[in-house]
Write a protein that binds this ligand. Sequence first.
Ligand code: ZN
Ligand code: ZN
Length: 168
Amino acid sequence: MDDPAAKQQAELKKKHERTKRKLKIIGAIVAVAGLGLAIMGLADMVVSTSEGEMPTLFWGMIAGLPMLGIGGGICMMGFRKEITRYVKNEAVPIINETGQEITPAISAMASAVKNTEGNICPHCGNPNDDEAKFCRHCGAELLVVCPHCGEKVKDGKFCDKCGQPLHE
Ligand SMILES: [Zn+2]
Ligand SMILES: [Zn+2]
């Protein structure tokens, strides 16, 4: 019961998540480096001034502050979606766009749960007791003939008699 469209969507989402994570990491690094430079420049200026000298690391503040801003901006880009979603969810509980975003994830999750559950009817997709030979929802036979060993086995990914895949 693999839905290629849902799978593709999940793949795309994963890719998007990776990009966002990268943005957050890069943004954090730039922001931290900028903060370090700014503090260094500021500290040097304070120390130098109190000792009556010209600050030599003043450039740290000049370079550090914009870096802090840029890094923060990149970070915000990474978090923007979460923020908008959060704001949306706070403002309006049910929004079409949010629903559409969540639906593929839910259906993928549901099918994953279904796949792990034993003895799924190949005809109607409903679960049955492990030892059932016929579906209690539609009456279809739950056993399939293994194409490798010819045994009648419970439908699933692999034959439980010979270990070969039942569907290729
Ligand atoms: Zn059935
Ligand atoms: Zn077999």
